[in-house]
Write a protein that binds this ligand. Structure first.
Ligand code: SF4
Length: 429
């Protein structure tokens, strides 16, 4: 029999650590040995500087602040003194909202959170102690508008630096999520960054900013729906209101930034939505618009009993980029319950995705007198090749079939006169 040598064999004198510690030379060992000390020092310096400029442990913790110094990482935060610092002391907050209706709703959520901490709201920029821009990243132009606005605000802030009431500037929403470090570094006078899932952290971030540091929380969440934050409806009209029912998007269309700035889809529990709609009805609101990035992809999985094995039904001929979802209370269930609260209250919704119009949603719209017969149906493209490149999950033919199905189930005499939409989803993109 042939002697088979083991694939790896170690001599008794093998000292792995010593071997690992030896520099590995590609050049002549004699010359390399001379500079080995220097090399090692240079390598170690470069390694240290890379670690120093990378994300810190703090960045992986919900509510972390990006610009804490080494000493501050170990700083203890007593909850009592923190609570004292986080109060608004009647300081005035000025909001400026850009972009979609979702941002208008986010402004109301952010305001509701700050109001509870003792801030006041002002419509006069000159009186503001805190200026918060709720931003949009969907188009370059939208971002450019905000960069320009930041220049103006920065000039205002500089003038007030030495006054008794210095101004703090915060960027909220999609642009904070997308441009994080660029905003903090390029616009040195931005004090606070809060991504769309971090509004609860605003009082703490503003407290850090009061201490003279920049503060940021741009972590996206898989759960945050602000279900327990009743937005303060800040409209003079009083007869219509927006109710956010879901956030985020899982669709990953190839051209769209929303899944990256707004995170994964998650829906607010049905119970909290019904409470809010009931409250609005009691206040005399006559029209409610249900809001979401993909409003008809709504799925409440907050209770075990909702989570059955049944697969999600899509519009006929439509597909998704993700695995078919299972269970949960769907949009038709929610629409059914919302429309029963007050028969005199008109119900609208925006913005839907074409894939989530199973027949039961259309039948409910047709049958309930108070659900408005108006559907915003993003078209995107009439070319199958382009639709494929966009990863939209449907063909021109499937889309046209859906339009026919809508016309069949909701007869023309009942449909609101609405211009065909050219836009895509929530983002008009
Ligand atoms: S276009 Fe609409 S569905 Fe597609 S990723 Fe953007 S928000 Fe989601």
């Amino acid at each position: 029999m042939r002697n088979v040598k083991p694939f790896l064999c170690f001599s008794k004198r093998w000292t792995p650590l010593r071997w690992l510690n030896k520099p590995r030379y590609c050049s002549n060992p004699s010359t390399a040995a001379v500079s080995s000390g220097k090399n090692r020092k240079a390598l170690s310096d470069s390694f240290r500087s890379q670690i120093a400029s990378g994300p810190s442990f703090q960045d992986f913790i919900r509510g972390g602040s990006v610009n804490l110094s080494a000493d501050e990482h170990t700083e203890e935060r007593s909850y009592l003194s923190e609570e004292l610092q986080m109060v608004g002391n009647s300081r005035k907050v000025y909001f400026e909202t850009y972009g979609c209706q979702m941002n208008v709703n986010d402004t109301e959520i952010a305001w509701s959170i700050l109001m509870k901490k003792g801030y006041q709201r002002t419509a006069d920029l000159k009186q503001a102690d805190v200026v918060l821009l709720v931003t949009c990243s969907i188009r370059e132009k939208a971002e450019q508008t905000i960069w320009n606005r930041l220049q103006q605000l920065t000039a205002m802030k500089k003038k007030r630096l030495k006054s008794k009431s210095p101004m703090k500037i915060g960027i909220l929403g999609c642009m904070a999520e997308r441009l994080k470090m660029e905003l903090l570094e390029r616009e040195k006078l931005v004090d606070v960054l809060a991504g769309p899932d971090a509004y609860r952290d605003l009082p703490r971030l503003l407290a850090i900013a009061d201490g003279g540091q920049q503060a940021s929380n741009v972590l996206l969440s898989l759960e945050e729906t602000y279900a327990d934050v009743m937005p303060v409806q800040h409209g003079a009209q009083g007869y219509s209101a927006f109710v956010s029912i879901m956030r985020g998007c899982d669709n990953m269309c190839s051209y769209c930034i929303v899944p990256f700035t707004r995170g994964r889809e998650r829906s607010r529990p049905v119970r909290s939505i019904l409470e809010e709609v009931q409250m609005l009805s009691d206040q005399g609101v006559k029209e409610v618009t249900l809001l979401g990035q993909n409003v008809n992809s709504y799925r409440d999985t907050s209770e075990q009993q909702f989570c059955g094995p049944e697969l999600t039904k899509l519009s006929r001929g439509f597909d998704t980029v993700y695995r078919t979802k299972q269970g949960g209370l769907r949009f038709s269930d929610l629409l059914d319950q919302v429309s029963r609260i007050d028969p005199d209250m008109r119900i609208r919704f925006t913005s839907p995705h074409p894939k989530d119009f199973p027949d039961e949603v259309l039948q409910l719209i047709a049958e309930r007198q108070n659900i408005c017969k108006q559907i915003h149906l993003p078209a995107q493209s009439g070319s199958n090749q382009v639709l494929k490149a966009m990863r939209r999950g449907y063909t021109r033919e499937a889309y046209l079939d859906l339009v026919d199905n809508i016309k069949r189930i909701i007869p023309e005499r009942e449909r609101d006169a609405a211009a065909p939409a050219e836009e895509g989803c929530f983002i008009l993109g």
